[in-house]
Design a protein around this ligand. Structure first.
Ligand SMILES: Nc1ncnc2c1ncn2[C@@H]1O[C@H](COP(=O)(O)OP(=O)(O)OP(=O)(O)O)[C@@H](O)[C@H]1O
Length: 354
């Protein structure tokens, strides 16, 4: 797939301070790249720079093979966290950009009807933008952007101001529309679940640099370091020394235990291992035969309800986080101090870059 957007040697300053340093970044045509990272990591600054709204101090940004030209602002559309709507009807808002571009009434009508249908706004076209809920206003803002059929869509945390059910509906619709229209998009988000559902690739930002960029599954399942691991929900990060290595499998001393992992690591090497809580299973009583290469006895140190699941912290001689459903917690009668067996496969242990 060819890159629609290509960034090299990008450096951006704000208020005289360098806030972005991105040696390379590419967005292939028809794909969605999500930027995730903590507050202040540079997501908005990178989006604005790539949308042509902020100048770079150094570097090259190429769009469709050429440096950004004067027509670039017309080819890119940006949607912000707070929908910036005009004091017009929903239809008036959807039409506004199309009028500016000199589209004829007939074509405007086709595009408005299509965009409204895509975002469930058909019944609301006559409503004043002043009388929309937050969710409806953001739908209008997204529909207005899609009506322009931008070559690149840039979304800056478009759902962060919405309540969870409203957000859920809009994420579902946006995922469908992105797929149907094969729009190339860049999106900043705090929310891993959003990134998982909307993006093909993820770039994790940290202090103005890209800590890792890759396909969504790769970043979530094989984070390169402890920072990315923590950010994408790999809650258990263990440090230990490799005790033995044999036939593509190695054992790491972690406290009084040995954790089995797959891959190449040298005996005596200090390594960091990451384990996702959803890959850890808990049981009562001694561990029976299992295909999991790792099974440890421990005690429940804490139980934290987190909506659809409960986060269980187990002390196995090292701290291990597991997710169970509230029903499993009740079936296993888990409470602080309960003795449990925690098991996870060697394939669920990820070797992180130190
Ligand atoms: N006008 C400014 N002058 C100086 N520094 C700025 C300015 N605007 C932003 N910054 C700094 O630039 C860095 C990146 O900010 P940016 O808003 O891009 O981060 P972000 O990842 O989008 O954060 P958030 O998730 O909070 O929106 C931060 O350290 C911020 O303090």
């Amino acid at each position: 797939m060819s890159a629609l957007l290509e960034v090299s040697g990008l450096k951006v300053d704000l208020g005289g301070v360098q806030v972005l340093d991105v040696p390379r970044l590419e967005v292939a045509a028809g794909t969605v790249l999500a930027l995730i990272g903590p507050n202040g990591s540079g997501k908005t600054t990178l989006l604005k720079t790539l949308a042509g709204l902020l100048p770079a101090r150094e570097g090259r940004i190429a769009f469709d093979g050429a440096p950004l030209g004067p027509d670039y602002r017309r080819r890119v559309t940006m949607v912000f966290q707070a929908p910036l709507l005009f004091d017009l009807s929903v239809r008036g808002n959807l039409e506004s950009g199309l009028r500016l571009r000199g589209l004829q009434a007939e074509e405007r009508n086709v595009r408005v009807t299509e965009a409204a249908a895509r975002f469930g706004l058909t019944e609301l076209l006559g409503r004043s933008a002043r009388h929309l809920s937050g969710g409806e206003a953001q739908r209008t803002s997204l529909a207005r952007a899609f009506a322009l059929r931008p070559e690149l869509l840039v979304l800056d945390e478009p759902f962060s101001a919405l309540d969870p059910p409203t957000r859920e509906g809009l994420v579902t619709d946006l995922a469908r529309v992105l797929r149907e229209t094969r729009t190339t998009a860049l999106m900043a988000t705090h929310d891993q679940a959003e990134a998982l559902r909307l993006a093909d690739r993820i770039a994790v930002l940290r202090e103005g640099r890209v800590a890792q960029e890759g396909p969504v599954a790769e970043v979530f399942h094989a984070p390169v370091d402890a920072f990315v691991a923590g950010f994408v929900g790999m809650e258990t990060v263990l440090t230990g020394r490799v005790a033995s290595a044999h036939a593509g499998e190695f054992r790491v001393d972690v406290g009084p235990c040995q954790v089995v992992a797959l891959g190449g690591a040298g005996v005596g090497e200090e390594v960091r291992l990451g384990i996702r809580p959803e890959h850890v299973t808990l049981g009562r009583g001694p561990a029976g035969p299992t295909s999991a290469r790792n099974a440890f006895t421990g005690r429940v140190a804490a139980l934290v309800p987190m909506g659809p699941f409960v986060r269980v912290e187990v002390d196995c001689g090292f701290p291990l986080a597991a997710y169970v459903t509230p029903a499993s917690r009740d079936d296993l009668a888990l409470a602080e101090g309960t003795e449990v067996t925690a098991a996870f496969k060697a394939t669920s242990v990820h070797l992180l870059r130190p």
